[in-house]
Design a protein around this ligand. Structure first.
Ligand code: HEC
Ligand code: HEC
Ligand code: HEC
Ligand code: HEC
Ligand code: HEC
Length: 361
């Protein structure tokens, strides 16, 4: 009885500290993860999350419902390794989905090409009468490779699919077009294979990036999924933005994407009209906080897989140089003061994502 008690305290301790436990054998992945917004999804580490929570009506009641996705392993830690690797299934609901978690201790799910039907339990195999030993699997945990959701991206949908407020309005909606077996999905785009071994026990050349490329961390890794082109058209020219993501270019209603175009002629550079892409929520006719919103007031956001054409009324001449930069603000500049985020430099900056440069022939 006492042994059992000690054992269970031990395993709770391991659960709470799983980052340190995993670091011993997966140092590169843990280092990447420490810089990710998954790790920093808490009130303590994400200023924007804190700023919104501070205004949220549930705060007065002390009812931190955000925990379900932002701190799913309880206490004050953000998303951890186990928040994903122990998901068995996703339960779909109309308000927001839900992750169903594995109950067996140290039983993890993952994906690996060629292993789709295997469950790996640690073994030492000796051969030559015990002269040589070879190990299979991880000495710390079992690995189940048979869970399809780790291959097609469904594993992300418990938290990312959609989130409705109490008026039934979708505050964020990623949609499930990016859940796919063939071609790019949430995992291949946001966790590209990068240099470095997945474990320091069995050496591999590459591993899936665990910094989760996004708006805040490593947006540059995603720029290849956006194309910018130009063509001559009536009384001027068009800039064409192609969004290859299977979801809106930006998903949070706080974000603003922006196109900045300059024209250089005879050594002089002129700034052309700036275009913003937003999805603004509000009530009747005024923008509002997401929990109060009853409708979408304005939606110019670039849609999933859309090719958006933006016209400029400007006759071009041979030799003209056009530079077009698509970038974004993490928080709409009109909201920064309201949210008390003025002191954060990065939040105020325009962050370039993709540049197009054209010389008129
Ligand atoms: C004592 C060393 C050790 C510890 C501690 C450890 N692992 Fe592992 N893990 C391994 C080894 C070795 C492999 C590779 C097994 C193989 O290739 O057969 C592995 C594989 C994995 C895989 C599957 C990789 C794949 O092939 O897709 C995942 C996921 C994983 N570990 C997660 C974790 C997490 C999360 C923790 C912390 C809770 C953790 N590991 C702690 C040694 C360890
Ligand atoms: C159903 C899961 C879920 C719940 C519940 C949830 N969130 Fe989130 N939240 C997410 C996901 C996923 C993202 C990132 C995805 C995106 O940008 O669309 C996010 C991002 C955010 C961001 C943007 C963060 C940034 O760094 O810019 C804010 C702010 C935020 N959430 C606030 C809240 C607050 C406040 C609550 C609780 C009242 C809450 N969320 C509850 C899933 C959730
Ligand atoms: C347990 C819930 C949960 C799961 C599962 C989850 N996410 Fe997230 N994700 C979040 C939350 C919450 C945020 C926002 C954190 C913040 O900014 O405070 C987020 C943020 C992100 C971001 C934005 C990062 C940035 O730098 O702006 C990306 C990209 C992302 N997640 C991709 C994924 C992918 C891909 C998967 C599936 C492999 C996944 N997430 C699974 C909860 C989750
Ligand atoms: C073809 C590649 C591709 C696929 C597939 C894809 N994304 Fe994205 N994702 C992008 C691009 C491009 C952006 C925008 C650029 C950026 O965030 O820096 C983005 C942005 C995001 C963001 C940040 C948005 C914000 O406003 O904070 C989240 C969260 C995200 N994706 C989650 C997902 C999830 C979940 C899936 C699977 C359903 C998915 N993505 C599938 C390419 C992809
Ligand atoms: C947001 C969900 C999510 C979180 C959090 C997460 N992982 Fe993963 N991890 C995945 C997915 C999905 C894969 C499969 C990617 C693939 O093989 O393409 C994966 C793959 C792995 C692999 C195998 C990598 C390879 O390419 O061989 C290891 C090892 C691993 N994870 C360990 C960890 C550790 C350690 C942590 C915590 C620091 C962690 N994971 C946190 C979703 C996650």
């Amino acid at each position: 009885m006492r042994l059992l008690l000690i054992l269970s305290i031990f395993s709770i301790w391991l659960f709470a500290n799983d980052l340190n436990t995993c670091k011993g054998c997966h140092p590169i992945i843990v280092n990447e993860f420490e810089n990710s917004m998954h790790k920093k999804s808490t009130i303590k580490e994400d200023k924007i999350h804190k700023a919104i929570w501070d205004k949220h009506p549930l705060k007065k009641k002390g009812d931190y419902t955000c925990a379900k996705c932002h701190t799913p392993n309880g206490s004050h830690s953000g998303i951890t390794c186990l928040s994903c690797h122990t998901i068995t299934n996703i339960k779909k609901h109309s308000k927001e989905n839900e992750n169903i978690y594995e109950k067996r201790d140290k039983y993890l799910y993952s994906a690996q090409k060629g292993m789709e039907d295997k469950k790996v339990v640690y073994k030492e195999e000796s051969s030559w009468l015990g002269l040589f030993t070879k190990t299979v699997g991880s000495p710390y945990h079992d690995i189940d490779y048979t869970n399809k959701i780790f291959y097609n991206g469904e594993v992300c949908m418990g938290c990312h699919s959609h989130k409705k407020n109490s008026h039934g309005l979708n505050v964020c909606k990623t949609g499930n077009k990016g859940v796919r077996e063939n071609g790019d999905n949430c995992i291949t785009c946001h966790m590209p294979k990068v240099e470095g071994s997945a474990t320091n026990i069995r050496i591999s050349k590459k591993h899936a990036f665990h910094g989760f490329a996004g708006v805040i961390n490593k947006p540059e890794l995603l720029s290849k999924y956006i194309d910018i082109d130009y063509k001559n058209s009536n009384n001027g020219f068009d800039i064409i933005i192609q969004n290859k993501a299977p979801h809106n270019l930006m998903l949070q209603p706080l974000r603003v994407a922006q196109l900045r175009v300059t024209l250089t002629r005879d050594g002089k550079t002129e700034n052309l009209k700036v275009h913003n892409f937003v999805r603004i929520l509000g009530t009747k006719s005024k923008p509002s906080m997401p929990w109060l919103a009853t409708k979408v007031l304005k939606d110019t956001m670039i849609n999933p897989n859309e090719e958006r054409v933006i016209h400029f009324n400007k006759e071009l001449k041979k030799g003209d140089k056009i530079e077009a930069i698509l970038g974004f603000y993490i928080v709409n500049p009109k909201m920064i003061k309201k949210l008390g985020l003025e002191s954060d430099k990065k939040i105020k900056e325009f962050i370039p994502l993709k540049r197009g440069y054209f010389v008129v022939q």
